[in-house]
Design a protein around this ligand. Structure first.
Ligand code: PMP
Length: 420
């Protein structure tokens, strides 16, 4: 299988060079070239429509990153955008007092998300995870936190500790997904001082294969958390309104006390949610302060209401599951056939092709080669983050993608047969 020629990303690189003198690192965090494959991926996009992206050099891609999760319908989804434009044009969206949409959205979330009796609306996932911890601490009057998964960039949970005094995170302990024994040990030591256990109900640790809960894991965590009087929080920033309309908690049948939602709820507009049991949520009414200039802006509320309306009306998530199941089945068959040490994990709405670590270290090269072939062919997957499917991926898009995956695997197979 011939190597696919490199993309022309000269305009991206030109903009990036200037950006490096204007913005530290050129672009922020997870958008940096090193988080993809340096020199192979575009750095700046120009536009998107449906499941397709165009970069500043005019390269086109079928996209599987979906804006890192918010794009559940597709880019530039007209019905959602039109609803927002109408609000902006006819009423306005940024005021000193709250517009009326919060009640409608809170009602909708209450109807859909098993743990949701009351909701608070914020902007980012980090806003919401941090608010949920503050609510749990105020409610329990305890300090410590057990966490499992990525919860954003704030002081208490970010991996890179630069600039953060250790006292801001020294009461936060991490456990591994599906390792109830680790949480048991932590709780045996700190359970009586623990305010919250926060975790992703579906395992999607950064850069690692995805994991469904082992039998009894979610139930065990819930029991243990409650045994010590702590609050169980599900971080459903990625899984909310994507796995099911009620999130992964509905899919796996275990209901937490609080849930944190965001990303897919508004198809790209910034809004996040802390939702949960009234008794706990009411701590936010009198014991603490959550407020920010942009939190009540109605553009994102309108987008969320319209997005949920479409998700319900068009049975979007059912469609994604159906397409995704067939897609994953085919990928799995190819991985078996080519046998290059790659593995597919996850569930149809969010899945990941990873390469098994091997003693020779070849897996890193294989991973780079595989994802390099895909991006060059016009398929935007990334080696260090799982993929998503959106509503606007058609059967034809998926078929084209399967062909590209097949060819990329064939390339890897041949190259490493020659090398070894
Ligand atoms: N929790 C999870 C599970 C996430 O995936 C993310 C974002 N990737 C966050 C929290 C933080 O959200 P944000 O980047 O919007 O602050």
């Amino acid at each position: 299988m011939a190597e696919t020629p490199k993309l022309n990303i000269s305009k991206s690189l030109e903009i990036y060079n200037e950006a490096c003198s204007l913005i530290p690192g050129g672009v922020l965090g997870a958008r940096r070239p090193a988080d993809f494959i340096n020199g192979e991926y575009p750095i700046f996009l120009d536009s998107g429509k449906g499941c397709r992206l165009t970069d500043v050099d005019g390269n086109e891609f079928i996209d599987y990153l979906c804006g890192y999760g918010p794009i559940i319908l597709g880019y530039r989804e007209e019905e959602v955008d039109e609803a927002v434009y109408e609000q902006i044009r006819n009423k306005g969206f940024c005021f000193s007092l709250t517009q009326q949409f919060q009640n409608a959205l809170a009602r909708k979330i209450k109807a859909r998300v098993p743990s949701a009796e009351m909701s608070i609306f914020l902007k980012t996932g980090s806003d919401a995870t941090t608010a949920s911890i503050r609510i749990a601490r105020a409610y329990t009057k305890k300090l410590k936190v057990m966490r499992c998964g990525y919860h954003g960039w704030h002081d208490w949970c970010v991996e890179m500790k630069g600039g953060i005094p250790s006292k801001f995170y020294e009461d936060v302990f991490e456990f591994t997904y599906n390792r109830l024994d680790q949480l048991e040990e932590l709780m045996a030591a700190h359970g009586n001082e623990t305010a919250a256990v926060i975790m992703t109900p579906f395992g999607h640790p950064n850069h690692q294969e995805m994991q469904e809960p082992a039998p009894g894991f979610l139930e065990g965590v819930k029991k243990l958390t409650h045994q010590y009087g702590a609050v169980l929080i599900y971080d459903e920033i990625r899984t909310g309104f994507r796995v099911t309309l009620g999130g992964a908690q509905q899919y796996y049948g275990v209901t937490p006390d609080l849930s944190v939602l965001g990303k897919a709820i508004a198809n790209g507009y910034p809004i996040s949610v802390v939702a949960g049991k009234e008794e706990i949520m009411m701590a936010a009414a009198s014991k603490l302060f959550i407020s920010s200039t942009f939190f009540p802006n109605s553009d994102a509320f309108v987008a969320a209401l319209k997005t949920i309306e479409i998700l319900e009306r068009d049975k979007v998530l059912e469609d994604i599951w159906e397409k995704g199941e067939a897609f994953m089945r085919r990928i799995r068959q190819m991985l078996d056939t080519y046998d290059v040490g790659a593995k597919l994990t996850g569930i149809p709405p969010m899945f990941y092709i990873t390469f098994n670590k091997d003693a020779s270290g070849d897996y890193k090269g294989k991973r780079t080669d595989f994802y390099t072939q895909l991006i060059r062919k016009g398929f935007f997957f990334t080696p260090y983050h799982h993929a998503y499917i959106s509503y606007r991926h058609t059967e034809e898009d998926l078929a084209l993608t399967l062909k590209a995956i097949d060819e990329s695997l064939a390339f890897v197979k041949e190259k490493y047969r020659r090398i070894r």
